[in-house]
Design a protein around this ligand. Structure first.
Ligand SMILES: Cc1cc2nc3c(=O)[nH]c(=O)nc-3n(C[C@H](O)[C@H](O)[C@H](O)COP(=O)(O)OP(=O)(O)OC[C@H]3O[C@@H](n4cnc5c(N)ncnc54)[C@H](O)[C@@H]3O)c2cc1C
Length: 350
C-alpha cells in the first residue's frame, strides 16, 4: 500500500492530524494499539479558555479557540455522531478580592469573548460560591472515547488503520520515505503520546509525564454547566458526572489509588457540599506533558522523513486542532511551525 503519511498512534493527536491531512487530500495510514489507560481514552476532554489558579487566559487562547468547535463539528458530521458538548463553565470566586479583580477583567476587551456573566453573590444552590463567580463561554468538553472509537471504525472502513503494536525496529527509512509492514509512505509522523519517549528518534525530547486520575460518579444535583474550581465537574448525558483530576509527576505508574480518589472527593466536597451517591468508575492515564509545557511539532534533524506531533500535556483538546494546521504546513509545504512549539528548540539535546 502506498500513502503520503504513516502515523503512529490514534489517540487524540493521531485522530486530529489524520483528519486534517485527509481533509486536505492526503492519503494516510495509521498504526495503533489502543490501551484503556491511554491518555486520550481517560481524559475528561475539557476545553476551557481561562485556566489556572490566577484565572488567566490560556496560552494562545485567541488563536486556538476559534478552531476548536468548527474542527470537532466537522468530525461529528463526517462520523454522524455527537461528541462535542459546548457548555458554559462556572467558576466560583474564592475571595472578595478575586471577585473585584474579575469585575475589572470583565470590561477588558481581551476577556469579553470568554466571559458570559459575573455573579457577585451566590448563584447556584448546589455550589459553594458565597462570593459569586464567573461564567465562561467558548468552553465545553469532547467525548474522546466516542470520537476515537467511531473514527477508528471509519478509518478501518477505508483501510486506513492497522490495529497492531508498532515495532520501531521494523521501520525502514528509504531514499523516498519509509516502509513499514508493507506500507510505503513519504514520511512517518509520531503521534504516539508518551510512548515517543522510548523512540530511537525522539527520546531526547524533554517530556515530563504527568499521571492523572479521574472519577465518574452520581450526585443528587442536576447541573447543566461545568463547575470548575480546584476540581472540575462535568455533567454527562446519562446524568452522571466526570470529576477530576489529579496531577502526579513522581509516582506515574501507580495506577488507580485510594489517595487519588480521596483527593478528588475532598476537593469536590469543598466545591459542591452534597453527598456523592455512587462512584461508578475510577480511571488513570499519563499525560504526554513537556518540560516547558508547550507541544512538540517538527521534523527530525537528521532523518528528514521522520516527524513528531506530540507533547499536548493536559490540554490536547484545545491545542490539537490549531496546531494540526501548522503541522500540515510543515509536512506538505516545508513551512516551519512557530518557535514556541518547534522541536528545533531542543536540538542542542541530541
Ligand atoms: C486524567 C486525565 C485527564 C485529562 N483531562 C483532559 C482534559 O480535560 N482536556 C484536555 O484537553 N486534555 C486532558 N487530558 C490530556 C489529554 O489526554 C492529552 O492531551 C491527549 O489526549 C494526548 O493525546 P495523544 O494522542 O498525544 O496521546 P495518547 O492518547 O497517549 O495516544 C497515543 C496513542 O498511540 C498508541 N501507541 C503508543 N505506542 C504504540 C505502539 N508501539 N504501537 C501501537 N500503538 C501505540 C497508544 O495506544 C495511543 O492510542 C487528560 C489526561 C488525563 C490522564
Amino acid at each position: 500500500m502506498e500513502v503520503d503519511f504513516l502515523l503512529i498512534g490514534q489517540g487524540l493527536a493521531g485522530t486530529v492530524l489524520s483528519h486534517r491531512l485527509i481533509s486536505n487530500g492526503y492519503r494516510v495510514h495509521l498504526v495503533d494499539l489502543p490501551q484503556a489507560t491511554g491518555s486520550s481514552r481517560v481524559a475528561a476532554g475539557l476545553y476551557n479558555p481561562v485556566t489556572g489558579r490566577k484565572m488567566v487566559k490560556t496560552w494562545e487562547a485567541d488563536t486556538l479557540f476559534p478552531e476548536i468547535e468548527p474542527f470537532y463539528k466537522s468530525l461529528e458530521k463526517l462520523l454522524g455522531i455527537s461528541c462535542l458538548y459546548s457548555l458554559p463553565i462556572y467558576r466560583p470566586f474564592v475571595t472578595i478580592e478575586e471577585q473585584n479583580e474579575w469585575m475589572g477583567n470583565s470590561s477588558r476587551p481581551e476577556f469579553l469573548t470568554y466571559i458570559a456573566s459575573i455573579a457577585t453573590k451566590a448563584k447556584l444552590d448546589y455550589v459553594h460560591d458565597p462570593h459569586g463567580g464567573v461564567e465562561l463561554r467558548k468552553s465545553g468538553y469532547l467525548d474522546l472515547v466516542a470520537l476515537l472509537d467511531r473514527y477508528a471504525d471509519w478509518l478501518r472502513g477505508g483501510h486506513r488503520l492497522t490495529n497492531s503494536h508498532y515495532d520501531e525496529k521494523l521501520l525502514q527509512l528509504t531514499a523516498s520515505g519509509v516502509i513499514y509492514g508493507g506500507i510505503e509512505a513519504s514520511a512517518v509522523i509520531y503521534t504516539n503520546g508518551i510512548a515517543a519517549k522510548e523512540s530511537m528518534y525522539f527520546s531526547w525530547l524533554p517530556f515530563s509525564p504527568v499521571k492523572g486520575e479521574i472519577l465518574t460518579l452520581k450526585m443528587p444535583i442536576q447541573s447543566n454547566k461545568i463547575i470548575n474550581r480546584g476540581v472540575f465537574l462535568i455533567p454527562l448525558p446519562d446524568g452522571s458526572y466526570k470529576v477530576g483530576s489529579t496531577y502526579d509527576n513522581v509516582d506515574i505508574f501507580s495506577g488507580n489509588t485510594e489517595k487519588g480518589r480521596a483527593e478528588i472527593l475532598e476537593k469536590l466536597g469543598n466545591l459542591i457540599p452534597r453527598p456523592v451517591e455512587a462512584i461508578i468508575g475510577q480511571q488513570w492515564g499519563i499525560r504526554p506533558a513537556t518540560k516547558d509545557r508547550k507541544p512538540f511539532l517538527g521534523r527530525h534533524p537528521v532523518h528528514r522523513q521522520v516527524f513528531v506531533f506530540n507533547g499536548f500535556g493536559a490540554k490536547g483538546v484545545s491545542l490539537a486542532p490549531y496546531f494540526s494546521i501548522e503541522m500540515l504546513n510543515l509536512v506538505t509545504l516545508g513551512k516551519e511551525p512557530q518557535k514556541a512549539v518547534n522541536i528545533n528548540r531542543f536540538f542542542k539535546y541530541i
